[in-house]
Design a protein around this ligand. Structure first.
Ligand SMILES: CC(C)(COP(=O)(O)OP(=O)(O)OC[C@H]1O[C@@H](n2cnc3c(N)ncnc32)[C@H](O)[C@@H]1OP(=O)(O)O)[C@@H](O)C(=O)NCCC(=O)NCCS
Length: 186
């Protein structure tokens, strides 16, 4: 398992087993992050959050700190017939208290490493083209702005690719990489 840092633990988790209170806290933490960065809520309606959480193809990474607070995460999609050779990730976030401490970069590196283990040749995301600082943030990490998203009108696709998955991964993909929701305790 790839390391986020030397001290963290990655535990497979079943999201439907999260208590209602935990789900509420997680949604509030994500909404608070969007509010403080962009001035709007990621999930204005709790139903949107529940829908994304229950979407079977989404594998959530949820980072908790030692106090039990939710401080970051993302979800990944490993099988998309339109982009079979890529892993998609969305709703990457780190709490304003943890921002700029490197957690966002570590989550991205973790997802890329898991994508290589799955034998993929890259990762991709969609971004709102108005959020220039976010686009620069991804460009500094090797992501390239591509075409308009067909799935999310008004959004642009960005991708990062590598020449070929590491030898071994190509022939023996580790199907378990990002195959479940994961709780990351830091
Ligand atoms: C995008 C996001 C996940 C990054 O997470 P993070 O934990 O802050 O990421 P990192 O700590 O790895 O990197 C932070 C960046 O801010 C920069 N930074 C550090 N101090 C800074 C400061 N005082 N002011 C502005 N930028 C600063 C860092 O240099 C780094 O950029 P660089 O390494 O490319 O130069 C986080 O900002 C976030 O949750 N944003 C809101 C939600 C969102 O838009 N998500 C993206 C969905 S596609």
């Amino acid at each position: 398992m790839a390391e986020l840092n030397n001290n963290h633990k990655v535990i497979p988790v079943i999201l439907s087993n999260l208590s209602a209170n935990d789900r509420q806290r997680l949604m509030a933490a994500i909404n608070n992050t969007w509010q403080s960065h962009w001035g709007w809520l990621r999930y204005p309606c709790p139903k949107d959050f529940e829908h994304e959480m229950s979407e079977k193809k989404h594998h959530w990474l949820i980072v908790k700190n030692h106090d039990g607070a939710f401080i970051g995460g993302a979800f990944c999609v490993t099988h998309d017939p339109m982009y079979p050779d890529k892993v998609y990730f969305g709703t990457l976030w780190t709490s304003p208290h943890a921002n700029k401490a490197g957690l966002g970069s570590r989550l991205i590196a973790y997802i890329e490493e898991q994508a290589k283990k799955l034998g993929k040749n890259g990762v991709h995301i969609v971004v709102n083209p108005k959020l220039k600082p976010l686009i620069s943030f991804y460009e500094r990490r090797g992501y390239v702005l591509m075409e308009k998203s067909r799935q999310f009108p008004g959004f642009m696709r960005m991708e990062k690719t590598w020449d070929s998955p590491e030898e071994g991964h190509l022939h023996r993909p580790d199907k378990k990489a990002i195959s479940s929701d994961q709780l990351i305790v830091s």
